[in-house]
Design a protein around this ligand. Structure first.
Ligand SMILES: [Ca+2]
Length: 252
């Protein structure tokens, strides 16, 4: 009898010791299983991050289009279509290919089949309203040995031509904060020229000779981003039309 009791007690003690031993020192199989579980958890976390990224991308894709989005897309299409028209003409846009002379844009009479040449968004002279101010950073590629400079272009006067309704005559001031002999050398250059509705070109040249520059230049800013606030500008030598500098301006 006592022998059986001792055997049972010893068996229970051995079982308990074995469990403690397993907890402290898991078997190889258990360690492998734990490792696989941790790996799977990491993999699931990674997938969750990917799903979050996809949801974020889908939210951006489903964002409602703004007026700026639509105008920007139209401007990109317009730029592509423009190359299909002969020099001196502009595309009417839309599905039906049609080109009209620059002179017929915003002249008060509908010439495009879709009336695009007289719509308010094209014929709006907001770009050259007196006081309109734009800024950018001008970098010379050639022609002048001058460092990059902040430039501010301000329209000081504008009026419609009594003979050519498709353009507005403009006076402006171009202020540059360039340096000379490593010292600040702000320059204000009076400019004059015109803005054409057909191509969105603001073309300006110095009103008088400026000692700051070696040669006279013409500045052309193209408002081809579908709004009246952004334009790409070039600086060209008047005599050769060699492109010397480029800069982008933003309305302030
Ligand atoms: Ca017209």
């Amino acid at each position: 009898m006592w022998t059986a009791v001792v055997i049972v007690v010893l068996a229970l003690s051995a079982s308990t010791l074995a469990r403690h031993h397993d907890d402290d020192h898991p078997s190889v199989k258990e360690r492998v299983n734990r490792y696989r579980i941790r790996s799977q958890n990491l993999h699931i976390d990674d997938l969750e991050h990917h799903v979050d990224d996809l949801e974020h991308a889908m939210d951006n894709l489903s964002r409602p289009l703004t007026t700026w989005d639509v105008n920007s897309l139209k401007a990109r299409v317009y730029k592509n279509e423009e190359h299909k028209c002969p020099d001196g003409e502009v595309s009417c846009g839309g599905d039906y290919p049609e080109c009209i002379s620059h002179l017929f844009v915003c002249d008060g009479r509908v010439d495009c089949h879709n009336g695009q040449d007289e719509v308010e968004s094209v014929c709006d002279s907001e770009v050259v309203h007196v006081g309109s101010t734009y800024q950018g950073v001008l970098e010379w590629d050639s022609c002048e040995y001058l460092p990059a400079a902040n430039v501010i272009l301000t329209v000081t006067n504008s009026y419609h031509s009594p003979y050519f309704n498709n353009r507005v005559y403009v006076r402006a001031t171009l202020v540059s904060d360039s340096t000379k002999f490593d010292r600040p050398h702000p320059v204000a250059i009076p400019m004059q020229g015109h803005y054409g509705f057909a191509d969105g070109h603001l073309v300006l040249r110095p009103s008088s000779h400026t000692e700051h520059l070696h040669r006279p230049y013409v500045v052309t800013c193209t408002f081809n981003f579908g709004d009246h606030a952004h334009a790409d500008c070039t600086v060209k030598e008047i005599a050769s039309l060699h492109e010397c500098a480029k800069f982008r301006i933003v309305k302030v």
